[in-house]
Design a protein around this ligand. Structure first.
Ligand SMILES: [Zn+2]
Length: 186
């Protein structure tokens, strides 16, 4: 486990220096007007930095450690990843609280629960379809019962339109700002 910890240390410093762009702030503003649930594969805390509440991190987050034994997660805030023992079970083998390739990602279960609870009053917005891990078409296919799906990405797969998605071929920042402005809520 140690090499993983070392490999992620420089990246953590890099994440700390990043600042949320206007798209993140637009989401926060939208959330102040209407309920918004954010589901992200990002491990950074840019949504939180922008003031957004209620963020689900599918792949964990940079300010957590996790236990390889009991799967307990705990916050380490700004501290670097350490090899501190698990506070729940005392296991010495802890790791950064982020999901590495090949590891289980338990929060996907939460994603599917949320997906199942959506109603026709909800709008499902997919931003950044360059994701290799979450297949946006799979998500759209499973969301077909919903009347309003929005996809924002400069390279939207052609197949997205056949699923009835509103396609906005812009960068995440520009697309999310434009789309939220078009809602006329802010
Ligand atoms: Zn533990």
């Amino acid at each position: 486990m140690k090499p993983l910890v070392c490999a992620t240390k420089p990246r953590k410093a890099q994440y700390r220096a990043a600042l949320p762009h206007a798209g993140y702030h637009a989401i926060t503003q939208l959330q102040q007007k209407t309920p918004v649930k954010v589901i992200t594969t990002n491990i950074d805390l840019l949504h939180e930095s922008a003031g957004t509440q209620d963020v689900l991190h599918l792949h964990g987050q940079i300010d957590q450690m996790s236990c390889t034994q009991c799967l307990h997660y705990w916050h380490i805030a700004e501290r670097d990843f350490t090899d501190e023992p698990c506070p729940a079970c005392g296991n010495q083998l802890s790791k950064p609280g982020i999901v590495f390739f090949g590891e289980p990602a338990p929060e996907y279960e939460t994603l599917y629960q949320i997906a199942n609870s959506l109603t026709e009053d909800d709008i499902f917005v997919v931003v950044g379809t360059s994701l290799n891990v979450v297949d946006p078409i799979f998500i759209i296919r499973s969301m077909q019962r919903l009347p309003r799906i929005v996809m924002i990405d400069p390279n939207i797969p052609a197949s997205a339109r056949q699923f009835g998605a509103q396609c906005i071929a812009l960068s995440a920042q520009e697309g999310i700002c434009n789309w939220i402005a078009s809602l006329d809520l802010i």
